[in-house]
Design a protein around this ligand. Structure first.
Ligand code: ATP
Length: 587
């Protein structure tokens, strides 16, 4: 990670936000190359999720929305992480991020200073395995001194620690990982960033910076349905900023407080509606054909389909099976409304961690908004009504009985009243018979910044190159997939002091730069220029030389040397053939 972080700063990919003022924890800026990288990633996602599909449309909603949205979604009440505070330094840490530690717990009842100062505040510090007792005591004295009024405790060395006791500790999560101080009890900490809309900073004017982009999609669901001529199953996708007041931002950009999400809400029919229309619901089994959606798919097939689609997307930008992993959430891990959730993980240098979550969320979100806004979120499906009309009364009664049994069983499992579940099931089925329902949803939700970091980590390579003098030099190469590479093509005149070469190279650059992000470079030896582009991850370079000018014969006139980053291969290509050769590789 250190190498990646330093390369990112050196080459203008990622900078610490507000660096000249000491930075601000959890916020990152993207420099010239990083901005291009992110833009390309956004573009590949947008294209895969909507432009290339007929069944997904886009949305671009505001960051600040009506606060009632966050009440309905559950974020105001429950979007919290458990946080623990260090009793010694007051530093905070996310409760589930404390690594188990082993060592000796030292406890003191208080301390006295050389000036008659006294503290009766107990302190506990963990001495990690192998840590010298003197350094632990020194840390304790320093903490006591820091808690006293300036100068009151006297010299640090003269502070006396009172009534020391020790106790062995094994795999404990009760001490701060950095300071070793005992942690207070966990308390929930809401992750939403608050602001005020309007001239007065009162509770009435509280608004939130969205902690996810998804809710706007639900809130605008009806408008999109009414205006886009889409019919369930279809999706709405969005890319945009999200904000979370993360307790412990860490691992570079992996966990930031401001980040970008790329989310799709893919709306599907409830399985019961599929059953009415097609007699049965397709079940998933290993090896099932997920290449093309089918009308008899229920949530499970759709969920598997999106996992496959997203996996194919990652492969298409260079993140293959070797760098990805999957975590299927267990029943205990799942949110109460979710049917299934799989996290697509990437093997980051600091561990295998979530890149994207793909959840089957039932109709929880639209139902919540229906309930809180009082506006129906149901859709009407003529085909469903027509299919239901073909059922006779006995078939309908049997159908209701079957659905009620399922709902009742689920209610019992979740310790909810059975009778209510049966009544709700009946109401739901009767609506279905009329062609009405609240759509269910599959949600692939990815983080753009995490993806940029994953792509950087996967691209990072070091190789030893021997120069013309036989000197071995270690070089860094970013092997970005050409689709996401910030710069696609380096354009070089062989020599900068030959006006004809420069003019021709400028001409090539000008003719291609509208279609490809090109970088023109005329300084330094050609090998140096290649190395600079390798380090920036540029997949192709062309050099304009004397052959290009026709000085070595007519057959080589208007040809250039095209050099490939990954294998150093070089070939002679006509300038007029460059677009045909390069465009398919970068699109
Ligand atoms: P975590 O458990 O890591 O906090 P989460 O499961 O709450 O994440 P989701 O709410 O599912 O995350 O968000 C969807 C995606 O948004 C994540 O897979 C991740 O790529 C991205 N994301 C979430 N939080 C952050 C963050 N603080 N910084 C960068 N990206 C984030």
């Amino acid at each position: 990670m250190e190498k990646i972080v330093s390369l990112c700063k050196r080459r203008g990919i990622i900078f610490q936000s507000s660096e000249i003022y000491g930075g601000i924890n959890g916020f990152w800026d993207y420099g010239p190359l990083g901005a291009e990288l992110k833009r390309n990633l956004r573009e590949t996602w947008w294209r895969a999720m909507t432009r290339d599909r007929e069944d997904v449309v886009g949305l671009d909603a505001t960051i600040i929305m009506h606060p009632a949205i966050w009440k309905a979604s559950g974020h105001v009440d429950t979007f919290a992480d458990l946080m623990r505070e260090c009793t010694v330094s007051n530093k905070r840490v996310r409760a589930d991020h404390v690594e188990p530690q082993t060592g000796t717990a030292f406890r003191w009842t208080g301390a006295t200073g050389s000036n008659g100062w006294k503290s009766e505040k107990p302190m506990s510090l963990l001495g990690k395995k192998g840590e010298h007792v003197d350094s632990i005591r020194k840390a304790a004295r320093q903490h006591y001194a820091a808690g006293a009024a300036p100068g009151a405790a006297g010299k640090i060395e003269e502070i006396q620690l009172l009534e020391e006791t020790t106790e062995p500790v094994e795999n404990s999560v009760d001490f701060h990982p950095e300071t070793g101080g005992a942690l207070r009890e966990a308390v929930p900490f809401n992750l939403m960033l608050r602001t005020f809309v309007g001239p007065t900073a009162t509770e009435d004017n509280v608004a939130y910076l969205r902690p996810e982009t998804a809710q706007a999609i639900f809130a605008q669901f009806k408008n999109v349905v009414d205006s886009s001529r889409q019919k369930v199953p279809f999706g709405i996708c969005q890319i945009g900023k999200a904000f979370r007041n993360e307790v412990t931002p860490r691992n570079y950009t992996f966990r930031s407080r401001e980040f970008e999400q790329m989310e799709l809400e893919f709306f599907i029919l409830p399985d019961e509606a599929v059953k009415i229309m097609h007699g049965s619901v397709a079940k998933w089994s290993e090896g099932a054909d997920l290449s093309k959606p089918q009308p008899n798919w229920g949530w499970e097939m759709w969920h598997r389909y999106w996992v496959a689609q997203r996996t194919a997307y990652y492969a298409g930008i260079g993140l293959g099976a070797d760098v990805l992993a999957y975590h299927w959430q267990t029943q205990e891990e799942l949110a109460h409304y979710a049917r299934a959730c799989v996290d697509i993980l990437f093997k980051f240098p600091f561990g295998t961690e979530e890149l994207e979550g793909i959840a089957a969320r039932g109709n929880f979100d639209l139902s919540q908004h229906q309930q809180h806004s009082g506006k129906t979120q149901e859709v009407f499906d003529e085909e469903l009504r027509a299919a239901a009309n073909k059922m006779d009364d006995a078939a309908k009664t049997a159908f209701i009985a079957e659905v009620s049994d399922e709902w009742a069983a689920r209610a019992l499992l979740n310790q909810k009243p059975e009778a209510e579940a049966r009544a709700a099931a009946k109401e739901f089925c009767e609506k279905l018979f009329k062609g009405q329902y609240v759509p269910h949803v599959i949600e692939p939700s990815a983080g753009l910044d995490r993806l940029a970091l994953a792509v950087l980590a996967a691209a990072y390579h070091e190789e030893d190159k021997t120069d013309v003098n036989g000197k071995v030099e270690r070089r860094t190469v970013l092997r970005f997939h050409p689709r996401v590479a910030p710069v696609k093509l380096g354009v070089f005149p062989l020599l900068k002091n030959k006006p004809d070469l420069v003019a021709k190279a400028r001409e090539v650059y000008e003719s291609l730069k509208r279609y490809l992000n090109c970088f023109y470079d005329e300084t330094g030896a050609i090998g140096r220029r290649y190395a600079r582009q390798d380090e920036a991850g540029t997949p192709f370079c062309v050099t304009i030389d004397f052959e290009t000018l026709g000085e070595k014969g007519d057959e080589l006139k208007d040809t250039v040397t095209l050099r490939y980053r990954d294998d150093g291969r070089q070939e002679r290509v006509k300038i007029s053939e460059l677009p045909g050769k390069l465009f398919p590789l970068v699109q």
